[in-house]
Structures are given as structure tokens and as C-alpha cells.
Design a protein around this ligand. Structure first.
Ligand code: DX5
Ligand code: ZN
Length: 224
């Protein structure tokens, strides 16, 4: 299986964001995870399309936009124009989930659905054939540096089962991404549960040597 590492800019130095993006891409990042918070859907406020557009020239890898905003649809075209490769949203934050998925795809981006730790998986029932990514939160969204919630592991296993069953029935390849509290020490366990894409903010940007941390993560994944 191909594993992807997606450093979260939330823990980067915002005063030097372009440099941080270039450094972490050079260090081996597969995606740049871009956390958008609105102080409404989540109790924090971060960055928007202008910042996405500003970092785009500094990144040779896709920008993985994680929208923690409500409403969702108004801002989707802005992120597509700002160079997002993937746009994921929380289904509770959209009144019309199918429409929002279509909007993202019509703007040329991959679409993802995000599940909070207590959000049930039924939102996948009529969407799995239309999305590219399932993003499972392993913390409650809003802040970096929180502790991994282990009850997400059986949920990852269940999503892996559904994604594989759909693929075997001729469906599309859907990535399974885990976000929150991912570190060198627990990445193998999360991969063993079925995840293939790993967001890590504080674990990468909090350590001085980004390349060393990403290499350690890959070594743990290779040893599976
Ligand atoms: C939390 C964000 C995460 C966050 C992860 O709401 O969605 O992407 O940056 O940070 P760490 O890896 O520090 O838990
Ligand atoms: Zn995120």
C-alpha cells in the first residue's frame, strides 16, 4: 500500500509560511494539509483562500484543504481558484452533502468527507461512490497538539472494510486519512487499522528536523 504523509501547517511558523511549506515538501511531504477554521463551526480561527493562493507557488505537492467551516458551499470555489487539490468538509456543516460534493468536483478538485470522533459513518451510505477521501478525526477539531483518541481505530477498520468492499465491486479508490495526535509512536498502529494517509502537525513542525521525523514515520510504516 502507498502511504502518504500530510504535514499540517497549523503547527508551522505562520510568519514564515512559504519557507515552511518549501522545507516540509523538501523533507518528503506528500501533501500539505491546510486547516481552515471559522470560529463558528469550530472554536478557532485560522487561514483562508488568500493564504492558500500565497503558498501554492511554494508547494510542488497537492494542497489538502480541510474545511472546518459552516456554511461550506460559499467558500468552495474560492479554494478551488486558490489552488486546492483536495477539499474536504464535515457533513454536519452542509445542509446538502451531495450538492457540496458535486460542487467540489465540478471545480476540478478531489472531494473528501470528514468525520469527527463521534460522527456516525452513515454519511458514507450514499456518497462513497462520489468521494476521493474519507478523513477521520482522531481529536475533536479546532486545535493542534491534542491527544489521539484511540476509539477512532475501530472506526478506521470499519471504513477500510467499506472502502475495500466498494473497490472490489468496481468502485473508485478512496483514500483513508487520519487527523489528530498522529506521531512516530502511533503511526504504525493507525496504518494497521487501515489508514493510508496521515496528517501530522505538532509531531512534524514541533520537531526541529522535519526530514528526520518524516523518515522515522516512513520507517515505522515500512516495518508493518
Ligand atoms: C485539528 C486539525 C489538525 C491539526 C492536527 O482540528 O484538523 O489537522 O493540525 O494537529 P496535530 O497533528 O498536532 O494533532
Ligand atoms: Zn486537519
Amino acid at each position: 500500500m502507498k502511504f502518504r504523509i500530510a504535514p499540517s501547517l497549523l503547527s508551522a511558523d505562520f510568519a514564515r509560511l512559504g519557507d515552511e511549506v518549501r522545507s516540509v515538501v523538501a523533507a518528503g511531504a506528500d501533501l500539505i494539509h491546510f486547516d481552515v477554521m471559522d470560529n463558528h463551526y469550530v472554536p478557532n480561527l485560522t487561514i483562508g483562500p488568500l493564504v492558500c493562493e500565497a503558498i501554492r507557488p511554494h508547494s510542488s505537492v497537492p494542497i489538502d484543504v480541510h474545511l472546518m467551516v459552516k456554511p461550506v458551499d460559499r467558500i468552495v470555489p474560492d479554494f478551488a481558484k486558490a489552488g486546492a487539490g483536495i477539499i474536504s468538509f464535515h457533513p454536519e456543516a452542509s445542509d446538502h452533502v451531495d450538492r457540496t460534493i458535486a460542487l467540489i468536483r465540478d471545480h476540478g478538485c478531489k472531494a473528501g468527507l470528514v468525520f469527527n470522533p463521534a460522527t456516525p459513518l452513515h454519511y458514507l451510505d450514499y456518497t462513497l461512490d462520489k468521494i476521493d477521501l474519507v478523513l477521520l478525526m482522531s481529536v475533536n477539531p479546532g486545535f493542534g497538539g491534542q491527544k489521539f483518541i484511540p476509539s477512532v481505530l475501530p472506526k478506521v477498520r470499519e471504513v477500510r472494510r467499506r472502502v475495500d468492499a466498494a473497490a472490489q465491486a468496481g468502485g473508485r479508490a478512496v483514500w483513508i486519512e487520519v487527523d489528530g495526535g498522529v506521531k512516530v509512536e502511533n503511526i504504525a498502529e493507525i496504518a494497521a487499522a487501515g489508514a493510508d494517509t496521515f496528517v501530522a502537525g505538532s509531531a512534524i513542525f514541533g520537531a526541529g528536523d522535519y526530514a528526520k521525523t518524516i523518515a522515522e514515520m516512513r520507517a515505522r510504516l515500512a516495518a508493518l
